[in-house]
Design a protein around this ligand. Structure first.
Ligand code: GRF
Length: 204
């Protein structure tokens, strides 16, 4: 049975595209991108999904009285769509414990820094401002904290002397597009084992 993936995205969706491409070219096996959800009607991620005839949905936060209310509706929809794995790709909302519990160990996120350094919205700019010489990206499981779940894969990259947040983020994006499909493929094919904070990757 193909594993059914839902990608949640608020923005341009380049990571979504990398995952769609990886499913198409076989880098992700035994899975289908079944659904793309956004909290923003105009997110380009939705357009990318439509171009591939992938089901889309928009959940507008203004129509819900609380974050938990939002997450309850969204979880109900994901369950209705028989989603196995939730992939956050630039989804600009913190999930409530309700959501995290409903999809425990079945939610992945990608973050543009080497966690636990520089969590939060501005990982790239924060790392640059701190003056680090090396940064990178992290794929991790999502728990109820802010970018705190067990780390699946990380890759580092040097900061150049003349980097701006934009140039640095561009190079991090290129890493992300390689790393995220790898991590999704590992999850889908049952190669990840969580032991406490550690996530062990089964390599054959
Ligand atoms: C990525 O840099 C990711 O690390 C962060 O949000 C950005 C999303 O970019 N969580 P895109 O929408 O996938 O292009």
């Amino acid at each position: 049975m193909l594993k059914r993936i839902a990608v949640l995205a608020s923005g341009k969706g380049s990571n979504l595209q990398a995952i769609i491409d990886a499913v198409e070219n076989g880098a992700i096996q035994n899975a289908v991108v079944a659904l793309v959800v956004s909290d923003r009607r105009n997110a380009y991620a939705l357009e990318r999904a439509r171009q591939k005839d992938i089901l889309t949905a928009c959940f507008n936060p203004r129509l819900f009285i609380s974050r938990e209310d939002y997450d309850r509706e969204l979880v109900a929809y994901l369950e209705e769509q028989q989603i196995d794995l939730v992939v956050l790709a630039g989804f600009m909302r913190l999930l409530t414990p309700y959501f995290v519990l409903a999809f425990q160990n079945r939610i992945l996120n990608i973050h543009p820094s080497l966690l636990p350094a520089f969590p939060g919205m501005n990982g790239v700019a924060d790392a640059l401002a701190w003056g680090v010489k090396v940064t990178g990206c992290t794929v991790h499981f999502v728990d109820a904290g802010l970018d705190t779940g067990p780390i699946i894969l990380q890759e580092a990259l040097p900061v150049a002397r003349d980097d701006t947040a934009e140039t640095l983020h561009q190079r991090i994006h290129a890493l992300e597009h390689r790393l995220y499909p790898l991590a999704v493929n590992l999850w889908v094919n049952d190669k990840l084992k969580i032991q406490g904070r550690r996530c062990l990757v089964d390599e054959e």
